[in-house]
Design a protein around this ligand. Structure first.
Ligand SMILES: [Zn+2]
Length: 134
């Protein structure tokens, strides 16, 4: 009886962990969508600025450079987020030897340990940090 209870507990814990991970991926994807929108807005702003400069005949290369730097920053943040999402959704770290493996492996090919879901990969703070970097 106790064994069955233990097994149920373990399954429930695994399900909660999975849901947790799905939540985290969803949150990251929302952040990514927001960054995508920001990037598009920055591209449009840059285009509009260049257009206005052409029209008025007044060129301010400093402004263009600073906008480009902003865009690069957004692109870097997007890259970091994409990496996080890929990492969380596709990879697990072997608890035995630390090898990073695709999630489809059940056992580690290096040390033979059974693979569990990856624990905390990204914290809320980390996510906010990525989102608020300027
Ligand atoms: Zn291993």
């Amino acid at each position: 009886m106790n064994e069955i209870l233990e097994a149920v507990k373990e399954i429930t814990a695994a399900a909660v962990k999975k849901a947790d991970k799905a939540c985290r991926v969803t949150r990251l994807k929302l952040s990514k969508a927001a960054l995508d929108r920001l990037l598009n807005a920055q591209y449009i702003e840059l285009g509009k600025t260049v257009y206005d400069m052409c029209k008025s005949g007044v060129e301010d290369s400093q402004e263009i450079v600073s906008m480009t730097v902003q865009i690069d920053g957004t692109r870097r943040r997007l890259k970091a987020l994409e990496k996080r999402i890929a990492h969380i959704s596709e990879l697990v770290t072997c608890p035995g030897c630390g090898t990073v493996l695709k999630i489809k492996n059940t056992y580690c090919p290096h040390c033979g340990k059974m693979l569990a879901e990856e624990e905390e990969v990204i914290t809320e703070n980390e996510n906010e940090m990525i989102m608020s970097q300027e």
